[in-house]
Design a protein around this ligand. Structure first.
Ligand SMILES: *Cc1c(COP(=O)(O)O)cnc(C)c1O
Length: 469
């Protein structure tokens, strides 16, 4: 299985190299040369099986023989043993035909753990086999950073530097990044927005000399292996509710377009997904794009769902590449237009986009109302990101009695201030995280400046090399 870049001028790579590369050398994102499919029988056979076995079944077609089945199963079992629920991603029914898919039982209480715990094990495995080490640099709008630091803390082969927007992540999110004591993990506050952090990471990857010297690897949702690992719960949930014999719909709180793109891939692989719904907060660039066919930046407003306060949805490029007929020249032109004038047009317009997705956005008042309503009607607590997904699900009902599955991307305890303001009560952290709010923090503050960040990484990663030597 080869992978090609959306921008058309980076070398095609095998899964192992894509795993370590993150962004392609031409600034594009890697996608499989050919989309694998699963037969109806194979999908049906997933029903009732343990989560790690489902993971092996859906991930194997993408790995091109990089791991044996036993190796992959071993890593999947290890990865999902860190979760606080035996079903890993359980479903909870909150209405007629309405289900919540709880993706927050991992160590940092957000869905990013599902992919990151496995990704860390895949990377360690490959690096160990090659006798190499790597430096992971990543940007986080809140949850990716904690998930990465938690997954890689103590790794002998990997140093991790995570950039987060100063003052724009919740206390719990920040503490998950700043309290781990292992010397191979570093949280860095950047004076800027998430998009600034993401631009700095892209800047480091596009500095090829720096990239090679530091053995940079990426774990943001631009990393293809994360998308692949997110296929797991689409399949597990859909078969639990009757697929492939009946279709299901998913509503997905969306920021960087990674999670929803995994849903798009699952559908391409043969999973019968009737409707794939994009949920956003007031930062509604994706619903606007679906409605108008024009992707247009208008600035980011901070909300109670900070992991969706984004207007450069990196993975959207993967979708564009597929939907517009794999035209790299067109992608390059669109991305140049975005950089220059903050907008571009999708070829095929709303007709194309609405064939693949439905979309809706939620105001802060609607989010608060949805959280209260769910609590009153079913005694169940959702947090603001999940509420955006739920609102979009309600606005974009599929025709007929199709089960609607809303992805719950975070545990309410991750956003205690927002939850207290809405429900009047602070949700408690699970007991295993009881010392989080009192542990000592370790963080650095840097300006929104590529040179400053590169020299920080260089210093810390060199320390990593010395420790390893
Ligand atoms: C990261 C995140 C999202 C957005 O996921 P994308 O893959 O970036 O679209 C939504 N909710 C929560 C809680 C997150 O951490």
């Amino acid at each position: 299985m080869k992978y090609i870049s959306t921008r058309g001028s980076a070398p095609a790579l095998e899964f192992e190299d894509v795993l370590l590369a993150g962004l392609a050398r031409d600034g594009g994102l890697y996608v499989p040369e050919i989309w694998p499919t699963l037969s109806r029988e194979t999908i049906a056979s997933l029903a009732g099986r343990p989560f790690p076995e489902v993971a092996v079944e859906v991930i194997t077609p993408f790995t091109g023989g990089a791991f044996t089945q036993e190796e992959l199963l071993g890593m999947a079992r290890d990865a999902y043993a860190t979760f606080g629920h035996p079903a890993v991603t359980p479903l909870v029914q909150i209405g007629t035909n309405l289900w919540i898919l709880e993706l927050f039982h991992g160590p940092t209480l957000a869905f990013k753990d599902v992919a990151m715990q496995l990704l860390a094990r895949l990377m360690d495995h490959v690096l160990k086999r090659r006798g190499q080490r790597a430096t992971i640099v990543g940007a986080t709008s809140g949850d990716t950073g904690g998930a990465a630091i938690e997954a890689f803390r103590g790794s002998a082969a990997v140093d991790v530097v995570i950039l987060y927007p100063s003052g724009r992540v919740s206390d719990v999110q920040r503490r998950m990044m700043t309290t781990p004591r292992e010397p191979n993990v570093h949280a860095v506050a950047i004076e800027g927005t998430f998009d600034d952090c993401q631009a700095l990471v892209k800047g480091m990857f596009n500095d090829h000399a720096f990239r090679d010297r530091m053995h940079l690897a990426g774990v943001n949702s631009i990393n293809w292996a994360r998308i692949v690992a997110q296929l797991t719960y689409y399949f597990a949930a859909a078969v639990a509710l009757g697929a492939p014999h009946r279709p299901v719909s998913f509503a997905v709180p969306t920021g960087n377009f990674g999670d929803i793109f995994a849903g798009y891939v699952a559908r391409r692989m043969g999973l019968p997904i009737e409707r794939l719904v994009i949920g956003s907060n007031v930062n509604d660039i994706l619903p606007r794009t679906v409605a108008t066919g024009v992707y247009e930046k208008r600035g980011v407003t901070p909300t109670t769902s900070p992991s969706m306060d984004i207007e450069v949805s990196s993975n959207f490029e993967r979708y564009l590449f597929e939907a517009q007929g794999r035209d790299s020249a067109l992608i390059r032109a669109q991305m140049a237009a975005l950089a220059q004038s903050g907008r571009f047009e999708v070829k095929g317009g709303p007709e194309l986009l609405t064939r693949d997705f439905a979309a809706a956005s939620a105001t802060e008042a609607e989010v608060a109302d949805a959280i209260r309503r769910v609590w009153e009607v079913s005694g169940y607590t959702i947090e603001p990101h999940t509420a955006c997904g739920l609102i979009a699900a309600e606005r974009c009902l599929p025709p007929g009695p199709v089960p609607q599955i809303v992805l719950a991307t975070a545990h309410p305890a991750k956003f205690p201030d927002a939850m207290e303001a809405i429900l009047g009560e602070r949700p408690g952290l699970p007991p295993r995280l009881s010392s989080l709010m009192t542990d000592e923090e370790r963080t650095s503050l840097l300006p929104n400046d590529l040179a400053a960040v590169e020299s920080f990484v260089e210093e810390r990663a060199r320390a990593g090399a010395e420790r390893l030597a």
